[in-house]
Design a protein around this ligand. Structure first.
Ligand SMILES: NC(=O)c1ccc[n+]([C@@H]2O[C@H](COP(=O)([O-])OP(=O)(O)OC[C@H]3O[C@@H](n4cnc5c(N)ncnc54)[C@H](OP(=O)(O)O)[C@@H]3O)[C@@H](O)[C@H]2O)c1
Length: 329
């Protein structure tokens, strides 16, 4: 049946301003790292993407290497962008990144101008787009001058291939320097994409302060710790879960007894709040003032729907926050 976008799609979603910019992002964004590759079933991913749009998610996050195989998530997105979502390009924020290993030889990873510019051209071709909304440096490169990496991002904007730029996995000090360089070039740093969730709170140690002070948005990735902060692993390892499947990024060793004690205690608290653990984990991040959006993954429409429903209860009392902190120490 032909797809028609829901005409209530903007009714429930919250939209937050990204730092000091003019751009609003949906409070929940969808990432295509897992579940959208050439190894996955296209009808399922299409259903998830269209449901996301119908729920008011405007921001879809990619990288050159998402798959597997690398590049296939961008190619799969193209199929939906050129069919069902074709009339809606101006309602969408599409981001991509370059930084990790993508092709053979010395120009296929890290932060050189050579790599970033070539990778962006490849990404645009795979997605069938003239421009992306956000182009990121995916990780800091210790061997390339930061000026070179940031100038490449700036030139991507000047060439009309990206509207905004961002950085990912940069620490607080690297972020300050990157923001300075971009500011001097006249292309503000729109957004930072760090890993942040209840089990990994490194950003609270300086990065969030830098982002707030400099007016840069923040979109935490893996807010559910790849599924650990959900009910997925409470009773073992389901076959169709990330750990149960072929992901090279999350294995059984992540389910330590120490982590599972925390997960079970958090789950109990979530039940008392009237939320699932996943919903509470997302609300906990979104309740922080520096956060623009949470960047989730989903392997089914029902996960996506449940995660978006976290927006109906974002508030925590001081007592609750203290209780959660006591679980997480
Ligand atoms: N910048 C970077 O370096 C970087 C790194 C990693 C990720 N990212 C971005 O962040 C996005 C999200 O990362 P992520 O996939 O690790 O995020 P996540 O939201 O922490 O984990 C998503 C996984 O959790 C499970 N899940 C989600 N909702 C659930 C629910 N309601 N109930 C039960 N299980 C649920 C699913 O796993 P199952 O498969 O087990 O169902 C799903 O695939 C990526 O797609 C990518 O765009 C960026």
């Amino acid at each position: 049946m032909a797809y028609t976008a829901s005409n209530t799609r903007y009714d429930q979603m919250k939209y937050n301003r990204c730092g000091n910019s003019g751009l609003l992002l949906s409070a929940v964004s969808l990432g295509l790292w897992h579940n959208f590759g050439g190894v996955n079933e296209f009808p399922i991913m299409k259903e998830i993407l269209l449901k996301a749009f119908d729920l008011g998610i405007t921001h879809f996050d990619l990288a050159n290497n998402y798959g597997p195989p690398p590049g296939s998530a961008e190619s799969n997105l193209q199929k939906v962008l050129q069919s069902e979502l074709a009339p809606h390009r101006d309602e969408l924020i599409i981001s991509t990144k370059a930084g990790y290993d993508m092709w053979d030889g010395p120009y296929g990873e890290w932060g050189s101008r050579k790599y970033l510019m070539a990778s962006l051209d490849q990404s645009l071709k795979r997605m069938g787009l003239n421009y992306v909304d956000i182009f990121y440096s995916h990780r800091p490169d210790p061997n390339t001058p930061l000026e070179e990496t940031m100038t490449a991002l700036h030139h991507a904007v000047q060439q009309g291939k990206a509207l905004y730029v961002g950085i990912s996995n940069y620490n607080a000090e690297q972020t300050s320097r990157a923001v300075d360089i971009l500011e001097n070039l006249g292309t503000p740093c729109l957004i930072h994409q760090p890993r942040y969730n209840m089990l990994d709170r490194w950003v609270e140690d300086g990065l969030l302060d830098v982002l707030e002070k400099r007016g840069v948005g923040c979109i935490p990735f893996s807010p559910l710790a790849q599924g650990l902060l959900t009910n997925r692993y409470l009773d073992g390892i389901p076959k169709d879960s990330r750990i149960g499947g072929a992901s090279i990024f999350l294995g059984e060793e992540a389910l330590t007894s120490e982590t599972m004690v925390k997960v079970k205690a958090l789950n109990q608290h979530a039940e008392q709040r009237g939320q699932t653990l996943a919903q509470m984990a997302l609300a906990w991040i979104l309740s922080r003032k520096q956060i623009t959006s949470v960047l989730i993954g989903a392997s089914s429409v029902s996960q996506l729907e449940a995660n978006v429903a976290s927006l109906s209860k974002l508030e925590f009392t001081m007592d609750e926050l203290a209780h959660i902190d006591s679980i997480l120490v």
